[in-house]
Design a protein around this ligand. Structure first.
Ligand code: SAJ
Length: 423
């Protein structure tokens, strides 16, 4: 059966681009989100997130009538669930958004529909989603009870796109398709073939879930290696970035880049889904999380040290006279996303502990997030911060920071967590 109408539930960093790309292929797309403001913004042909070129694609999709957003689920032939899967408590996966999304779409499901879970999920979440759907719709049959004969097809097809390159990666990346049965996979491949130029590779739902977690854990472990090296190098008075460049000349070595810690809602979260399902076995994955989570505290200590050095060189001043500028708050370069950002955590910590002025430069936002209201951090332009501060803390390798001439940095204390100014 062709998929004429596609519903995307969750219109965030993954759902909105996915909805827009399907709409750009002239599919009728209904986007569903609980956030009325996001829905209104999208229906005006605008976007509420920053992602290169997404504004144009959404604007075209809405004005041509292929994409429409709503807060209430409507019937469709395929449903793509792209809601957050954070963790709660002691790093236990929180599936409540998937549960709510399942309950929201259940009333409009009909025989022949396909439901795809795109959210990064712990192993077993797709089966759990199918259980929630079945509980809400006893009049329909599902793969867990009726196998290939089920009314509803269910699959897990994890999103794997890199923020900042979403529109390209959505189309070009290979797609892992984990159906609950072979027919579920077949249906999902058919759907994704509308937009995906990469290969759609079929497996089962559990392997697809684990595949996504494995990809992000692989990256986390490798970043932890780089972060640990940078701490070791600092102690041994070696430039970690030069060291890594040299080591990477070996044909089988490819070390990632150290930074202020690992941010975002994926790499700092997903490894915990493996740890919480197999705590005894997932030793390395857990230690990597600890190393990366510990890095912001280490950076904060380096900033304190830089202030102490400045005061030693300027004995007429006190800490109150020292202005610190934090360059970058986003969780990675050239995006506006501050979620789970180590840079933001470091800046907050400096603002809370340093008696003098603390400035922040973040060219990708216009105002500081609400949770920083009332805190001492002040958002400044790049030039203002360069002119006013004594200690410069480079937290994000935004392109504009790389372009700062060396002369503009002279005479300041520098804490460079990304190897941009000291590499
Ligand atoms: N980071 C470093 N050093 C590096 C690379 C990254 O410190 O060498 C830091 C970044 O600064 C950032 C964090 O890691 O704080 C994560 O950034 P990222 O660019 O590695 O990844 P994300 O979170 O933007 O996207 C990842 C991607 N996964 C992989 O590359 C394996 C993406 O493909 C996934 O779709 C996405 O997670 C997701 O949604 O799960």
């Amino acid at each position: 059966m062709p998929f004429e109408t596609i519903s995307v539930v969750g219109l965030g960093y993954i759902g909105l681009p996915t909805a827009a790309v399907f709409a750009s292929r002239k599919k009728k797309v209904i986007g569903v989100d609980v956030n009325q403001r996001a829905v209104d913004t999208i229906n005006r042909g605008e976007i509420h997130i920053v992602e290169p070129d997404l504004d144009m694609v959404v604007h075209a999709a809405v004005t041509e009538g292929y994409l429409r957003a709503t807060t209430k689920a409507e019937p469709a032939d395929a449903f793509l669930i792209a809601v957050p899967t954070p963790f709660k408590g002691d790093h236990e996966p929180d599936l409540s958004y998937i549960e709510s999304a399942s309950k929201a779409i259940a009333p409009v499901l009909k025989k022949g529909d396909l439901v795809i879970l795109e959210s990064t999920s712990p192993v077993g979440a797709t089966e759990q989603m199918a259980v929630w759907l079945a509980e809400a719709r006893p009049d329909l049959t599902f793969p867990q009870s009726h196998g290939e004969a089920s009314d509803i097809r269910v699959a897990h097809c994890p999103e794997r796109v890199l923020p900042g390159h979403v529109l390209r990666e959505l189309v070009q990346n290979d797609r892992v398709i984990g159906g609950m049965t072979a027919k579920c996979s077949e249906a999902a491949v058919k759907l994704y073939k509308t937009i995906v130029e990469g290969e759609c590779v079929i497996t089962n739902a559990r392997t697809a879930e684990m595949c996504k977690l494995t990809e992000n854990s692989f990256r986390d472990v490798n970043i932890a290696f780089a972060n640990e090296l940078s701490i070791i190098c600092d102690k041994l008075d070696i430039n970690a970035w030069e060291l890594i460049r040299l080591a990477n000349r070996h044909p089988r070595v490819n070390i990632l880049q150290p930074g202020p810690g690992v941010g975002g809602h994926c790499i700092a979260v997903d490894p915990w889904f493996i740890v919480s399902s197999t705590p005894e076995e997932a030793k390395l994955i857990r230690v990597a999380r600890d190393v990366n989570d510990g890095k912001p505290l280490w950076v904060n200590d380096k900033v304190k040290l830089a202030v102490a050095e400045f005061l030693q060189e300027n004995p007429e001043k006190t800490a109150l006279d020292v202005t610190i500028a934090c360059f970058g708050l986003a969780f990675k370069p050239d995006i506006d996303d501050l979620r789970e950002s180590p840079a933001l955590a470091i800046a907050e910590n400096i603002a809370a502990t340093h008696p003098g002025c603390v400035l922040a430069v973040e060219p990708n936002i216009e105002e500081l997030p609400v949770k920083l209201a009332g805190k001492k951090l002040v958002l400044k332009s790049l030039d203002q911060a360069l002119a006013e501060s004594d200690v410069l803390v480079l937290l994000v390798d935004h392109k504009v920071f790389k372009d700062i001439p060396v002369a503009a940095l002279r005479g300041r204390k520098i804490v460079d967590t990304r190897g941009v100014w000291i590499a």
